[in-house]
Design a protein. Structure first.
Length: 133
């Protein structure tokens, strides 16, 4: 793993949260995007090398909608940048981690993503992400 790529925060209303984070961080979101396969709309903020991803549900069946219903707004996941997502998945599986999607899928912000089950990571959903080249 290279570094923390971003921290994902589940929000009920993306527009209201965008406005609040713009005021908080003193900068505008650099990108908004829908990821239909995950039922989510995202907004990204960047400060130096750090990123924040806001995630809002597109529908009531999305994982974010379920998360919000169960836990409310707040930190949803921590994403780590990796150079070779396939090798990293194999390494983590050999270490005993449970992978939620073994085959990398296209995520937001031009990334391939794989998630680790939070039951094996102290209750934190971990995302591995690799830049799509």
């Amino acid at each position: 793993m290279k570094n923390i790529e971003h921290i994902g925060i589940a929000v009920k209303d993306l527009e209201i949260s965008n406005t609040m984070f713009e005021k908080l961080l003193g900068t505008a979101s650099y990108k908004t995007e829908e990821v239909a396969s995950e039922g989510v709309k995202t907004a990204f903020f960047k400060m130096g090398e750090s990123k924040i991803e806001l995630l809002a549900a597109l529908n009531d069946d999305s994982p974010i909608a379920k998360f919000l219903e169960k836990r409310g707004e707040g930190i949803h996941h921590i994403a780590f940048a990796v150079g070779d997502i396939t090798s990293e998945v194999q390494r983590l599986k050999s270490e005993g981690f449970t992978v939620l999607n073994e085959k990398p899928k296209k995520g937001a912000d031009n990334k391939l993503v794989v998630f680790l089950h939070p039951k094996g990571t102290n209750g934190v959903l971990i995302e591995l992400c690799q830049e799509i080249v």
